[in-house]
Design a binder for this molecule. Structure first.
Ligand code: ARG
Length: 459
């Protein structure tokens, strides 16, 4: 039976029913739908719009439906039009008259806006917590590597010495912003649209603030048209997830590079790598490759909804039913990735020797050599030029700045003294980069402490 059958003389064509139906995917909103209905019914009772008896019967019936769905005793009818229709129909089937009263002062338009917001708001919190767990894992890893010198890169060319802790802490900051973006989006979407009706509010004297409180929302939406037409919250959610997946994808790329023989900086645990069907020696970073690859799905999900929404006049349009699968897919994909990505990182083994070896080659201390001359009073641009010529000499003679004799140094500038060797020593180069945010062990330690405090406060 259709909700709207009174107006129609004919049955909906089967193909139209199937096309129109969203139960195949919106059934996952059952809990939001039922809790929203319970709150709405409570509000109707409180305002004397339905009787206390009907309200109590309806609410008990709704809770029973929730229990039965969760226990598996009640299967959501795949032939229903959508989750809202299913819950109301099932309630009426179970309790009769009281069930028929619950839709007073409500439309599926504010109902779906509520259900979806409630769901996305929850996902923001849960995924945010998972991202924080990943940050904690990384911060703990960093704590063991304040002195693990490695090359820092620009253009994927060795640039200046940093430490593994400093590198991991950089990822922590990116992930912190990801978590913060979800928290910001969550705060913005924390408005209850119930009471907006189909588009123009309702003639019933609903206490919207009450319903908002009952359902855990901080505020009510301020315009009934906007309440049912807006899907910004879902867009923001997917935009935040897309940026997050962009980070995870870049991070994955580094893991893949580092595990290759050309870098040799890291090795994957056997449990988090895969083999080849033909090449017996292979150990592949499939997990990192898949997390890199799945970022594409999440970006696509965001673009799906942007495209769906961009031409819609106010207020609700059926196009908006296309808002759900992309959001579910984006959320599921991110959760799936995080679940394997964190333990994959945690079980990664690092080769300190390979990192130090790479840092020792490639003139990572050239800037420090120039800085040394600046310390002796030379202008930086001149110091830069002298060091550039020194590097060229080293390359031609197969030397490094550490092996070049002091006499040779002096032919480039009389300012060079024996203390130049200490100044360009890798550990010293790192230690002197002690500016806040820099790679010096003390600076990174302070950063990690700041991160840990934030994780504890904000948990
Ligand atoms: N299944 C619909 C959706 O997801 C529910 C809202 C239906 N509203 C309507 N006016 N047909 O958007």
């Amino acid at each position: 039976m259709k909700l709207w059958e009174g107006r129609f003389a004919k049955e909906t064509d089967e193909s139209v029913h199937a096309f129109n139906s969203s139960i195949a995917f919106d059934s996952r909103l059952y809990k939001a739908d039922i809790l929203g209905s319970v709150a709405h019914v409570k509000g109707l009772e409180k305002q004397g719009i339905i009787s206390k008896e009907d309200g109590e019967i309806a609410r008990a019936g709704l809770y029973a439906i929730l229990d039965d769905i969760e226990s598996g005793a009640l299967e959501i009818d795949p032939l229903a039009e959508d989750i809202h229709t299913f819950v109301e129909g099932e309630l009426t089937r179970r309790v009769g008259e009281a069930g028929k009263r619950i839709h007073t002062g409500r439309s599926r338009n504010d109902q779906v806006a509520f259900d979806f917001r409630w769901y996305v708001k929850n996902e923001c919190a849960e995924i945010g917590a998972e991202i924080k767990a990943l940050i904690r894992t990384l911060a703990r890893m960093a704590q063991s590597h304040y002195d693990t010198v490695m090359p820092g890169y620009t253009h994927l060319q060795r640039a200046q010495p940093i430490t593994l802790a400093h590198h991991l802490a950089a990822w922590c900051e990116m992930l912190r912003r990801d978590a913060q973006r979800l928290a910001d989006a969550r705060r913005r979407m924390d408005e209850c649209p119930l009471g907006a009706g189909a588009l123009a509010g309702t003639t019933f004297d609903l206490d919207r603030e009450f319903t908002a409180k009952e359902t855990g929302f901080s505020r009510i939406t301020r315009n009934s048209l906007d309440s049912v037409a807006d899907r910004d919250f879902a867009l923001e959610f997917m935009a935040a997830l897309s940026i997050h997946m962009c980070h995870i994808s870049r991070f994955s790329e580094e893991v893949i590079l580092w595990c290759g023989a050309e870098f040799g900086f890291a090795g994957l645990d056997d449990a988090y790598s895969t083999g080849s069907s033909i090449m017996p020696q292979k150990k592949n970073p499939d997990v990192a490759e898949l997390t890199r690859g799945k970022s594409g799905r999440v970006f696509g999900d965001l673009l799906t909804l942007l495209t769906v929404m961009k031409g819609l006049p106010l207020a609700y349009n059926k196009d908006m039913q296309e808002d759900k699968e992309c959001v579910f897919d984006a959320a599921d994909t991110v959760r799936l990735c995080l679940r394997v990505f964190a333990p994959m990182l945690e079980t990664l083994s690092f080769s300190k020797d390979a990192m130090r070896g790479a840092a020792a080659k490639g003139f990572l201390n050239a800037t420090d050599c120039a800085d040394y001359l600046v310390g002796k009073g030379l202008a930086f641009r001149e110091a830069y030029n002298i060091t550039g010529r020194l590097v060229r000499r080293c390359i031609e003679g197969g030397e490094t700045l550490d092996t070049l004799s002091l006499d040779e140094y002096k032919t480039f500038s009389p300012l060079f003294e024996r203390d130049v060797y200490a100044a360009i020593n890798l550990d010293a180069c790192v230690a002197r980069r002690a500016v806040p945010g820099g790679p010096a062990p003390g600076a990174v330690r302070a950063h990690i402490e700041n991160l840990m405090d934030w994780l504890d406060e904000d948990a």
